[in-house]
Ligand binder design. Structure first.
Ligand code: 0CG
Ligand code: SF4
Length: 325
């Protein structure tokens, strides 16, 4: 029998090649790798269903993939049935959450990124030292809720902007300390800290930067390409703080910037009149989605792909002890 006649391939795109600048580092950080591995190992150990409180990381593709393997995502612990294992997301949880899980006798695992846990411990130490904390972060973000929930109510004040700093009314000489969310804009945070230090010169600063290595490296990487790009695509979710910051950084470099979750959100019209396109991905966006975007773009314009590396990352975090054997 004759082989079926092959379908004719769609014609390759014609015209001027689009220069595609891909930022590196981009995509998964060590905390995201670890959190996803915790869910996968828990599924292997306990079998499905394994409950996860909040999206393990802020990415629908990752969450859908784990859901297909038997993870059940909930927002609150009271949605977890008695006797079921539960994992806390990479963003961290208030102290009340593990306390409640223990009280209910639930088998729980903590996928909080170690760099978020480090900020939790600093918050406790500042309170033990008798200081009031000014916490720089975005109201309502799960990491902020988790960090504020490490210390007694009333012992921390959230600061989102320089205007918030101007509105503070602590008496001069009040024993203050500041801490920050891990996924903030490096530049905005520097301005807020400068404003805090100007108002309260004695304020206690964290020993090391709270903004994590992945957040600052991805911002530096997008800065290195954005000035040469007419448009920068950032792969990430609308609830992903670190991804939103990459959009802002690119815009401040003078590029148009667009957050997209998947390749199918790209409007071909965005690509017709430009010479250079930038591409990066937030810390919770997998490399598969970057390749999917590149493949889609290549169906619209011929591309000349170039990766711009600003630093190499080698960070790896240990898994929780319960999952090591
Ligand atoms: O950037 P945020 O904190 O919103 O989280 P996301 O899940 O996007 O990325 C890393 C983590 C945790
Ligand atoms: Fe940890 Fe930073 Fe990754 Fe958040 S973005 S999970 S703090 S390494």
């Amino acid at each position: 029998m004759n082989a079926p006649f092959p379908e004719s391939p769609s014609p390759a795109p014609q015209g001027e090649p689009l220069h595609l600048l891909i930022a590196a580092p981009r995509g998964f950080c060590a905390g995201v790798d670890r959190a996803i591995e915790i869910v996968e190992r828990a599924l292997a150990r306990y079998g499905a269903p394994v409950y996860v409180r909040h999206e393990i990381v802020h990415n629908k593709y990752v969450v859908d993939g784990l859901r297909a393997k038997g993870a059940v995502f909930v927002e609150e612990l009271d949605e977890v049935p008695d006797g079921a294992p539960v994992i806390f997301s990479a963003h961290g949880v208030p102290k009340s959450v593990p306390a409640e899980a223990t009280a209910r006798g639930l088998d729980w695992l903590d996928a909080t990124c170690p760099l978020v846990s480090k900020v939790h411990r600093q918050a406790e130490r500042q309170i033990e030292a008798g200081r009031h904390i000014l916490f720089i972060g975005h109201r309502g973000h799960p990491e902020v809720i988790g960090t504020l929930g490490q210390v007694p109510e009333g012992s921390v004040t959230l600061v989102e902007t320089e205007e918030d700093v101007a509105r503070l009314d602590f008496a001069p000489g009040t024993d203050l300390a500041f801490l920050t969310q891990t996924t903030l804009s490096v530049d905005d945070t520097a301005s807020i800290i400068a404003a805090l230090k100007a108002r309260y010169p004695e304020i206690n600063a964290p020993r090391a930067e709270d903004i994590c290595y992945a957040t600052s490296n991805r911002q530096a990487a997008v800065k290195a390409i954005a000035g040469d790009c007419e448009l920068v695509l950032v792969i990430g979710a609308p609830n992903s703080s670190n991804s939103l910051r990459l959009v802002e950084v690119a815009q401040r470099c003078g590029a148009r910037a667009q957050l997209i979750q998947r390749a199918d959100e790209i409007d071909p019209a965005w690509l017709t009149d430009i010479g250079t396109l930038g591409l990066t991905a937030g810390a919770s966006a997998p490399e598969e989605l970057v390749r999917e975007v590149v493949a889609l773009i290549a169906t619209i314009r011929p591309i000349r792909e170039e990766t711009v590396v600003t630093t190499e990352e080698k960070m790896v975090f240990k898994l929780p002890r319960q999952l090591m054997d």
